[in-house]
Design a protein around this ligand. Sequence first.
Ligand SMILES: [Zn+2]
Length: 44
Amino acid sequence: MVAQSQRDDGIWWECEDCGLLFDDKSDASEHEKRCDASEPTYIQ
Ligand SMILES: [Zn+2]
């Protein structure tokens, strides 16, 4: 999921899976499609 985040310097978009912030919603959406933070490919 991509969450809108209001900051002092403007609106950011946050990937809820890994916490990355983007200043553009389309960038965040593109990242979210590829984000595998919720699907770990390794086991600690
Ligand atoms: Zn992510």
